[in-house]
Design a protein around this ligand. Sequence first.
Ligand code: MN
Ligand code: MN
Length: 463
Amino acid sequence: MKKTELQELKKKLFYKKENVFDVRTKKDEKSLEKYSKGYMSFLDNAKTEREAVKEGIKMLEANGFVAYSIGDKIEKGGKYYYNNRDKSLFAFTAGTESIEKGVRICAAHIDSPRLDLKQHPMFENEGFAYLKTHYYGGIRKYQWVTIPLALHGVVTKLDGTNVEITIGEDENDPIFCITDLLPHLAREQSQKPLGTAHTGEGLNLLIGSQPIDGDIDEKVKFNMLKILNDKYGITESDFVSAELIATPAGKARELGLDRSFIAAYGHDDRVCAYPALTSIIECKDSEHTVMCILADKEEIGSEGVSGMKCRLIVDLIEEIAKCLGGNPNVVRANSMCLSADVSAGYDPMYPEVFEKRNSAIVNCGVVMNKYTGGGGKSSTNDASAEYVGFIRKLFDENGITWQTAELGKIDVGGGGTVAMYIANQNINTVDLGVPVLSMHAPLEVIAKNDLYETHKAFVAFCK
Ligand code: MN
Ligand code: MN
């Protein structure tokens, strides 16, 4: 064969990963910059699942979605959202086609790894006041010391009212931090393995040092409680019924001389939650019945009333089916889901943990994970060839830049998503999302290119 023929044939037979920079248009470039700005402001306003629910409702209401309660009537063409205890959010549009054709679901999560306050958090030690934390999700403890931290959350008082607290995000606010040893005296600590140098019980927030005036013991703690009581009307007992969360303080920032990245806390999984929201909004008049799920508790196993293992998803599909005249079991059997979650971005600084051929390459678009889990494909939804084939065709037809990956080298580690809990309800599901660098760190990194391709992919799926 001639060289040109061979080149042609090679192009036909070989797979080649596309880089968004090579294929994106000027128009795309403009849209992705605008889209990224919207995403960054979402990040700044939605650092916890509660804040993300609030922010999500704001976006949905601005686009004609109305609050729905279980038992309400659902009408064809209607746009609804279900606020599940302020912790998780279900938005859905009732399409014009037969409901028995199934629901198109994009399911992301809005909880992120962080430090939760214990129920009896406050103590005084040698003139300093602290708050004890219990870390939430998979954190690398050494990353959470000596960084600015903010407090977010709610306190439910005995009279049943909620007090909302945010301290450390406004630039005039104070911040908090966990101290660490100086290198001069860390000879012993520095010899410890990374995972044991800091302990869970050692992650205590420094919150103050000024004592209350007068002759009384625990003067510093006393003063802290007085400050909180003056401002929020709470007492030490109220911590028992509170959800107070320490997150990294500060806003999302563009990263790089070319501003091609976004650095922020909580990309996992707001970087998929935001596209899930924007795509249902963009496709609100789709003929399909579309559902966007923003779940809580993914980082700690998806348990509980706000996690994806809760049967609420089944209840809602049953309610929709009932109102639109379909058999709910048929509806689920014909439904499809994109489990919208992040993937481990290939990091050239740590090539040893990746198998590059099957890695999520940053700037190469939205990532499909046919399976996640750990060694030997345990604990995963392994999507079928047919379902992957359907999605593949859909993306190719819609000009989406996409790739497939698995989570690092076999037996190096592993991880899961909500995919299997949705698939367990007899709903075809595959993982789809954005590659992230430094996942679960206080500062995670993503590329704007991948964020925007993810939005486009969800739109192609929902429309
Ligand atoms: Mn995630
Ligand atoms: Mn995660």
